[in-house]
Design a protein around this ligand. Sequence first.
Ligand SMILES: Cc1ncc(COP(=O)(O)O)c(C=O)c1O
Length: 252
Amino acid sequence: MLVAAFNDLGMVESLIREHKDELAGVIVEPFQRLLPPQPGFLQGLRKVTQEHGIPLIFDEVVTGFRFAYGGAQEYYGVTPDLCTLGKIVGGGYALAAIAGRADIMAHFDRLAMADEDYLFQVGTLSGNPVASVAGLATLEVLRQPGAYEQVFATGRELMSSLDGLLKNAGIKARVIGEPPLFDVIFTDQPVKDYRDTLKGDKAIAGRFNKLLRERGIMKGESKYYVSLAHTRADIDHTIGAWKDAIAELKKG
Ligand SMILES: Cc1ncc(COP(=O)(O)O)c(C=O)c1O
């Protein structure tokens, strides 16, 4: 297994070219934890993998059905050969899925069980009926007109409010991510890969999250996830808590 830095197309391209005959696939989170791909990064991955006939796999466990009904691949406009799905696809229940190109997925076709290239793919909870029904019900809600517009409007308002509050307070911080999924990194440096995220001040982040929890915002170590369930009152409560917590942070 070879590991390359996210958003460093030059590095990935040279690794792939050097090892093209040994690679079974290239796997990437199209939006890595909190990091949006830089323009051209996913397109470059698509091009170089296609050039060498190497399957490109997107881990869409988090982004699937979240950034768009068609996931990050629809949102960023790059289609992989395979993708993994979880979380939303099971409506909060234990379910995961693999989707992809018909000729690759054909290896899992139970009607072709006798074939030499058949792949046995089972698990205790595979296709669990309760989780499947919960997933289908969730997808039905997400297919309603305006669902993604609402999630993005909520996320955009929250991101820009948080950014504005931090800037007004003169706190070194970057609000990064996409409207359905974002967080603040306490640094004044650009954040484009995992190493950059380590430059953030973890002590302030921990303190900020604690201040928020004391104000009724269930904030863990990382990420704000925006949901269709969030109401106007939730948004106002969150922004109010940010204001208050930032004033406390300023006091030192
Ligand atoms: C991007 C991403 N991929 C995969 C997983 C985990 O998947 P699994 O539990 O099926 O290994 C997670 C877990 O949260 C995740 O965030």
